[in-house]
Design a protein around this ligand. Structure first.
Ligand code: GDP
Ligand code: MG
Length: 187
């Protein structure tokens, strides 16, 4: 969808918007903060208690590098790791694979998602970008996953890598979502 031309955007000015829509999928173990990041991106607010079993797709009209783009965010909820991945594999233009830096289990969990994505590379475009996100940076005191461990996994799976906190500033959260859109455009 991302590279297709939207005829409604060609309009009277003859200008073509190369990426009018971008579908992002958040993956990761329960509790790592996918919903908190999604809500922060959509509302600029940190909501500390969000329904842990809710999976949904949200839409937001964004300006990324001065270009309008409708960003759709699928905030997934898997209670048993990477199962039923058909629902997002061909839909996604980019993946955000999340863990929390203060939880080693979530780091192991996110590697299961990265392995699943690499196994299914044929289902989606192998150029669909993957961004590894170490969340809960505000919990640095209780860190269980070093920054270099995150970087090593990102390198191994050919991802870009960010550490962030859903309860800190909005702009650094917005940055990773916008970066996913940028990379999807390039893909
Ligand atoms: P999900 O299962 O991946 O959607 O995780 P949630 O977004 O529901 O978050 C799980 C728990 O972690 C909630 O209690 C959130 O308040 C908390 N949480 C999420 N992001 C952060 C963060 O960046 N820092 C801290 N300290 N807590 C967070
Ligand atoms: Mg959730």
């Amino acid at each position: 969808a991302c590279s297709s031309l939207d005829p409604t955007m060609t309009g009277m000015f003859g200008k073509v918007k190369p990426c009018a829509e971008c579908n992002l999928v958040l993956l990761g173990a329960m509790g790592c903060g996918k919903s908190a990041l999604t809500v922060k991106f959509l509302t600029k607010r940190f909501i500390s208690e969000y329904d842990p079993y809710l999976e949904d797709i949200y839409s937001s009209d964004e300006l990324v590098d001065h270009q309008p783009v409708t960003v759709q965010v699928m905030d997934t909820c898997d209670q048993e790791g990477p199962v039923n991945c058909e629902r997002y594999l061909s839909w996604a233009n980019a993946f955000l694979v999340v863990y929390s830096i203060n939880n080693m289990e979530s780091f192991k969990g996110c590697q299961l998602y990265l392995q699943t994505l690499s196994i299914h590379k044929n289902t989606f475009s192998s150029r669909t970008p993957i961004i590894l996100v170490g969340n809960k940076l505000d919990m640095d005191r209780y860190r269980q996953v070093s920054q270099s461990d995150g970087e090593a996994v990102a390198t191994r799976f050919d991802c870009s890598f960010f550490e962030v906190s859903a309860c800190w500033d909005f702009l650094s959260v917005q940055h990773i979502f916008h970066e996913a859109v940028r990379r999807a455009k390039r893909g």
